[in-house]
Each structure stands twice: as C-alpha cells, then as structure tokens.
Design a protein around this ligand. Structure first.
Ligand code: 13P
Length: 294
C-alpha cells in the first residue's frame, strides 16, 4: 500500500527500528526493492534523487509505476524525493505524487536552511506530504567529509531547527558520507552525538550514506535511534557485481537475462539488509498500518 513516509517513520520511531530507503532508478530496481520488502513483511521507502530523475528515472513514468507496485503489496511503501534542493524540484515532486520530499539545504547558512525548509514544510503539509530536512552536512565519502566533525549535526541547534522548520524527519550528520569509502575503510560514527540528538528530539532520525558503513555501525545506529537508512551505492554494487560475475562466467549473456540477474541481486541485498535493521515483521501479525496520507 502506498502511504506517507510519516506513517512509516512514526511507527519505526515508536518501535525502535529502521526502514531502508533505497534509491531506485528504473522499474527493475523499484520492483526488486518493493517485492523484497513484501517478502520480508517490512515497510520500505523508495528514494529517487533529482540527478537520477534527470538521467533515467523520469518521474512521470516512475511515480505511477511505483504506486502500482505499492498497491499490489501488503506492506507500507513510501516514495521520497531524495536531496531536492530547488523550490521547483520540491513542488514538482509534490505534483508528481511523491508521498514525501527531502529538502537538502544543508550546505547553506543556518538561517537560509531554515527559511527554505520551513517554506517547503508548509506547502507539503497542506497536501499531507511528509518532509525530511538535513542539519549538519553529510558529504562525499571520497572527499573524506565523514571525518570532518565541523560538518556534524549540532545538538544545540537541532531543537531550534526542528521547531522552526516543522519537519517530520531529520537527516543527521554523525560520520557517514555518500558513496564508496576508500578501500578497506569503515567510517567511525559519533554514537554519543546520536544519543544526544535522539534524547533531545525524540523524532524520526535519518542516516544518509548507508553504503559501506558496516553491519556493526548500522546495528548500533538503529539501536541509537536512526529510523531511516538511505542506501544507494551498495544497491547498485549488488546489481553490478552479479552482472559482472555472470558475464565473467557466460560473456554472451544477453540484456534480458542480465537484467533479470540484476533485479534478483538487488532484491536479495534488500532482504538481507531488512534483517539487520529490524523492520522485518515490523507490523506484527494482524496489526494494520495507518494508510492516511498524513
Ligand atoms: P550511499 O550511496 O552512500 O548509500 O548514500 C545514499 C544516500 O544517502 C542517498 O540520499
């Protein structure tokens, strides 16, 4: 069923688990992600980034398809605009039918971040759409941004930020970054900061840059109050590795068969991840999700 991301994250926050948000750039990926969740009896969030939409995942085609896939399964599915930054991107996503929008103004000065996010919150909430903001800045792993402590979320600012923006979920910078870390490196996460943020805000918190973080970090982040984990690079790698392995073994494998292999690999990756972050059987047996749009 297609729901607001707020419904998913409110439940996850109340029951201390996290839900995957997987960037899905075509039908096969979206279907892999949603069917994996259905088989694990887990809520799921489909993320689509602005750059991904421009290159491949055109929203006019993706949104109806994702809604169709969502309505076919008996688990909550939300669709979130990932890293929208421009006003026009946000309002377009609302028109296309996304059930959640992230506005990333985290590189801008604090007051400007608040101004932009509060504006989008007011518009989105009037339509029953969930809003995620980011305070601190989750940068790029290949630039080493994860170890720049001055980019981490400031606990003292976070209360003010949430109150003045009215957001439903906060993306926090605690030591992860987007993309691949240098080979062999695992990020060091600031779990004390996460504990302070959770104690202060008591609201759904989001971890960006889930890829390459390592199972132990992910488990501890969930135990510390993270309720949404964004994963993109590792989902792509699951498909790429399966395709490379198949082509190494059978170089003549055609497009149709390789796409089937890619989809199956993403599905398995998502199923395994769901086991780690506690969203399997999250609604128990018989408990029903609130399917209101807010
Ligand atoms: P990764 O590519 O590092 O998993 O980051 C994904 C992400 O945070 C999308 O917003």
């Amino acid at each position: 069923m297609y729901v607001s991301m707020k419904d998913i994250l409110t439940h996850a926050n109340a029951h201390n688990y996290a839900v995957m948000a997987v960037n899905s750039v075509n039908m096969e990926m979206a279907r892999a992600v949603i069917t994996a969740a259905a088989e694990e009896n887990s809520p799921i969030i489909v993320n689509i980034g602005v750059g991904q939409m421009a290159k491949l995942a055109h929203p006019t085609e993706m949104v109806p398809m994702i809604k169709e896939l969502a309505e076919k399964v008996n688990v909550p599915v939300a669709l979130n605009l990932d890293h929208g930054s421009k006003f026009e991107d946000e309002t377009a996503a609302m028109r296309y039918g996304f059930s959640s929008v992230m506005i990333d103004a985290s590189s801008l000065p604090y007051e400007e971040n608040i101004r932009r996010v509060a504006q989008i919150s007011a518009l989105a909430h009037a339509k029953g759409i969930c809003v995620e903001g980011e305070l601190g800045h989750v940068g790029q792993a290949d630039a080493g941004d994860n170890s720049q402590v001055d980019l981490y979320t400031n606990v003292a600012q976070a209360r003010d930020y949430v109150d003045r923006t009215g957001i439903d979920a906060l993306a926090v910078a605690i030591g992860t970054a987007h993309g691949d870390y240098p080979k062999g490196m695992k990020p060091v996460l600031d779990f004390n900061r996460l504990a302070e943020l959770k104690a202060e805000l008591k609201m759904p918190l989001v971890l960006h840059g889930g890829s390459g973080s390592g199972e132990e970090n992910i488990r501890k982040a969930v135990a510390g109050g993270i309720n949404k984990i964004n994963v993109c690079t590792d989902a792509f790698h699951a498909a790429e590795n399966a395709m490379k392995a198949k082509w190494a073994e059978a170089p003549g494998t055609n497009y149709l068969d390789i796409m089937v292999i890619a989809e199956a690999a993403i599905k398995q990756f998502v199923k395994d991840y769901i086991q780690i972050i506690g969203s399997k059987n999250a609604y128990g047996y018989g408990e029903t999700v609130n399917t209101s749009k807010e």
